[in-house]
Design a protein around this ligand. Structure first.
Ligand code: FES
Length: 746
């Protein structure tokens, strides 16, 4: 074992506050430490400085600024610099000499003693770390859903050399966008563009090399294997071979069976063999298997022998390194609102109106149309798009049918952005009437519909702005994606900067499957998902992070609590009833460790005994009688708050030592009790991210509850319950953290 230690004075700001020479001399006395160097500004020339260590060490300690909060030398940068000189990313530790020592203590002697203890804590840890390897990833992505987001994602991926496989439930691509004849364009001008242009343009892009399109198919099962997704896809029988069909339509001409066309909500008819719409892609006729009676008329007229009525479906099993769920949206079941009379044939939804306009209302153009907005209070959220879509459709009706009376009844009108607001103004110019009122009921009387608000508005047709609902709850669950209370995927925290990511590594949600987006926004999110996939798969491997969980199968009793607790869907229970961590998906949060009843599952490089070793030496240089306060600060928010105490110049007594733990819930009760019972410390603070901000979803709330129950039993085992404290500490709550530590130190 050869350990190198590098001290940085940070331009003298560390060395002026503590006796750095003393700490360096101490480092030289530690067994296996073979090089100790000091620099004034490591961040200025890191490569040059690290050259001095190259080939001479196998583990490294950096003592200077905070790995969490340094604006110049964060842990990721340090880790990659070290990999360049051959040090594995798990084989280094840092000593936070700046933010949580020199910058926060005025007591030179206390700060120097603390610095030596901090060095010891990193030293005992780095000696026990285990190097991390990597897993091979398939350089291909599964994209579920061939709407605009999915198509854009696939075409962008193919351009950068990542194979894309699109699975689409319907026989055609384009999703619901293809049902909307005129699409709004909402940047710059309030204009529209036809889907008869947009969909073929995008559709041709996904029929290129590097993209495999599987229509009429659904994902039915998923397993995780060696860091990849092993996915089962059920493909229905393709009775018309798309590569042979030339779309001549002879088959449909002779087909004797006519059915309602679901693409037009039954407004138009199609044959059992037909195209749902003329521009459907792939450019091939399809057979509705339920309607077809296999009479064979079509087979006999097909000029290219494209039809095989005996074709069978198949199960396709393939491996993917990443998955993008882009299944679009569904409309709310409006029948649930009895007062809105949706079952009446002249009460329709926005999408149904799109098809009515396309088909010129089947020749029966209504004289009066009333739009009814909005049901957000009932469903619990605003779908964002109902108001803009209403504005667009009201404008279209008024422009296409100048004689038509068009009214919009609304509670709140939210036409966000430049162009949507312009659509609303255009509506007014076209004579659309906007009525601000609550709709109490829609009544059908004597063949007329009456919209009952403060007044009665008669209408030939009522259009309900149906709220949008998630389309992929079952699918998301299949991949282990955590959902919010409405069924939309919860983005990985911090959501502001990782909006494309779910809690499952390399599963992304794009377009309306993620949240409410107009078509442009959906296309943007398809591109964004492609970028994330590229970033994950470009090297064909994933370097495992320093911290991943591992199972001791001798101790595992197969209870499965770890699997249920894991927010990242990284644990399974195998056929021998033993838990198994899939390291390619593990984020090393340690929630599994803390709930395991037998201690069988531990986080590599953050095992309980490693934490205990650090605690053992944490107060080696404390003075007799000095209160020993240990702060176990969660990796993200709370540790950063600790750093900000120093950055903003707060001053605290030098008798607290902090350890950057994984999620706050990674700290097991055993460690807390042992530290207190064996008199290693006088008081312990465990701090985690604020509610709804834990990077592992619910670890902070778990730890809050667990500490409350632990405190309840502490008196029974002779411990003072006040010696243990839990706090929610967000990054911006550094003053609160300082207050808590000050109180605990006195
Ligand atoms: Fe901060 Fe879970 S990551 S408490």
């Amino acid at each position: 074992m050869r350990i190198g230690v590098l001290f940085c004075t940070c331009g003298g700001t560390i060395s002026e506050k503590l006796d750095l020479k003393k700490v360096e001399d101490f480092a030289k006395t530690l067994e296996d430490v073979v090089i100790v160097e000091t620099t004034d500004l490591f961040c200025e020339k890191p490569e040059e400085i690290l050259e001095k260590f190259k080939g001479k060490i196998d583990r490294f300690i950096f003592a200077g600024c905070s790995e969490r909060s340094s604006l110049k030398m964060g842990e990721d940068k340090l880790s990659s610099l070290l990999e360049n000189i051959g040090i594995n990313r798990a084989m280094f530790e840092t000593v936070n000499l700046r933010e949580q020592c020199a910058w926060i203590h005025d007591n030179r002697d206390g700060a120097t003693r603390k610095a030596m203890d901090q060095l010891m804590m990193s030293y005992v840890k780095v000696k026990t770390n285990i190097p991390q390897g990597s897993v091979k990833l398939a350089k291909r992505a599964l994209i579920i859903g061939a709407g605009v987001a999915g198509m854009k994602c696939a075409s962008d991926l193919a351009k950068v050399g990542i194979e894309a496989v699109i699975v689409e439930k319907k026989p055609y691509i384009g999703g619901k966008t293809s049902m909307i004849p005129m699409l709004f364009q909402c940047e710059g001008y309030a204009s529209m563009c036809t889907s008869e242009c947009i969909i073929p343009v995008m559709g041709r892009e996904v029929q290129k090399e590097g993209i495999k399109l599987i229509t009429n198919a659904e994902v039915v099962d998923v397993a995780k294997e060696d860091g990849n997704f092993k996915v089962k896809i059920e493909k229905k029988a393709m009775m018309v071979k798309p590569d042979k069909c030339v779309s001549c339509g002879k088959c449909a001409e002779v087909c004797p069976i006519e059915i309602e066309n679901p693409f037009d909500f039954g407004l138009t008819k199609r044959k059992a063999i037909d195209k749902d719409f003329s521009l459907a892609m792939p450019d091939s006729y399809t057979i509705d298997a339920e309607a077809c009676n296999k009479c064979g008329s079509c087979v006999s007229v097909c000029p290219t022998n494209a039809i095989d009525l005996e074709a069978k479906g198949e199960i396709i099993e393939e491996k993917f390194g990443a998955v993008v769920i882009a299944t679009g949206f569904e409309g709310y079941d409006m029948k649930k609102f009895e007062k809105l009379s949706y079952s009446h044939p002249n009460v329709v939804t926005l999408l149904e109106l799109e098809r009515l306009i396309k088909n010129n209302f089947g020749g029966k153009v209504p004289e009066s149309v009333v739009f009814v907005l909005c049901q957000k209070d009932e469903v619990g959220y605003c779908s964002k798009l109902c108001c803009p879509i209403t504005a667009k459709l009201a404008f279209r009706l008024a422009a296409l049918y100048p004689e038509m009376e068009v009214t919009v009844v609304y509670k709140n009108l939210r036409t966000y952005g430049r162009a949507f607001e312009e659509f609303r103004r255009k509506c007014e110019m076209q004579g659309v009437e906007f009525v601000n009122s609550e709709v109490r009921e829609i009544k059908a009387e004597n063949g007329t519909l009456k919209v009952i608000t403060d007044e009665e508005i008669e209408a030939d047709l009522v259009v309900l702005a149906d709220p949008l609902v998630p389309s992929a709850i079952k699918l998301m669950k299949l991949f282990g994606v955590k959902l919010d209370k409405y069924g939309f995927p919860i983005e990985f925290q911090p959501r502001i900067i990782t909006p494309m990511e779910t809690y499952v590594d390399r599963v992304y949600a794009a377009g309306m499957a993620r949240s409410f987006k107009d078509i442009q926004e959906s296309v943007e999110s398809g591109s964004a998902a492609a970028m994330k996939v590229y970033e994950a798969l470009k090297d064909g491997e994933k370097k495992l992070q320093k911290y991943v969980s591992m199972v001791n199968s001798d101790k595992c009793i197969g209870c499965g609590i770890c699997r249920e607790t894991c927010p990242h869907n990284a644990i399974s229970v195998d056929e021998n009833l033993k838990s198994k961590v899939n390291p390619g998906f593990c984020k090393g949060c340690g929630l599994c460790t803390s709930v395991c009843p037998t201690g069988a599952i531990q986080v590599m490089n953050f095992e309980d005994w490693q934490l205990m070793k650090q605690i053992d030496v944490a107060f080696s240089h404390a003075k007799d009688g000095e209160k020993r306060v240990l702060a176990l600060l969660c990796y993200w928010c709370s540790y950063a708050a600790g750093d900000l105490m120093g950055r903003y110049g707060l001053k605290l007594p030098a008798n607290f030592r902090s350890i950057r733990v994984r999620c706050s819930a990674s700290v097991s009760n055993w460690v807390l009790l042992k530290a207190l019972m064996e008199n290693k410390v006088d008081a312990i603070l465990v701090a985690g991210c604020p509610p709804n901000n834990c990077h592992h979803l619910y670890g902070n709330e778990m730890e809050d509850k667990r500490i409350a129950s632990l405190k309840a039993i502490m008196p029974e085992i002779g411990l003072d319950e006040n010696s243990l404290r839990w706090e929610y500490v967000g990054v911006g709550m550094w003053k609160k953290l300082a207050d808590v530590l000050n109180k605990m130190s006195s």
